[in-house]
Design a protein around this ligand. Structure first.
Ligand code: T46
Length: 134
């Protein structure tokens, strides 16, 4: 899997006079079924998150509010993506190192994940990730 498999997914947006509604259906709008939802919030200015890769986990990352950057790295290439809209999701496939920074004040990052939390699925050491991904 490489950065080319990671992509911005345009989520449905229903607009009317009361505001917007976006929905996400597993396997229909994202290329996996999700088993877990988590969110990052109250991130202090200047904080960095991520700094790891997953062996098997697929994720969709959405800026529900505010904005932040994600740097994706497949061991060959790096790409910085700015997320700032709640109707765009960033699909991140397995074996991608990710780092997150540049969180705006009030940013909320929602993540849909293909599996339950499992620390054994993480690479938290960049050299170990590089050894396995290359
Ligand atoms: C990712 C980015 C976007 C749990 O107990 N359950 C969970 O579902 C998660 C995600 C984390 N944790 C525990 C594990 C750590 O003790 O919460 C603590 C902080 O986790 P971590 O340092 O991995 O958090 P982030 O924000 O650096 O990374 C998380 C996800 O782990 C990661 O998959 O892509 O958000």
């Amino acid at each position: 899997m490489s950065i080319e498999h990671c992509k911005i997914i345009d989520l449905p947006k229903i607009h009317d006079a009361r505001g917007n509604l976006t929905f996400i259906e597993g396997s229909r709008h994202v290329p996996f079924d999700f088993k877990r939802v988590y969110y990052l919030y109250d991130v202090p200015g200047g904080a960095e998150r991520g700094g790891h890769a997953h062996k098997e986990l697929h994720q969709l990352i959405v800026a529900m509010s505010g904005s932040f950057d994600i740097v994706l790295d497949d061991g060959q290439e790096k790409k910085r993506i700015h997320l700032a809209r709640s109707y765009y999701g960033l699909y991140v496939c397995p074996m991608i190192w990710r780092e997150m920074d540049n969180f705006s004040s009030g940013a909320v990052c929602l993540v849909l994940a293909s599996n339950l939390y499992d620390e054994a699925d993480y690479y938290r050491d960049y050299q170990e990730f590089l050894k396995d991904v290359r």
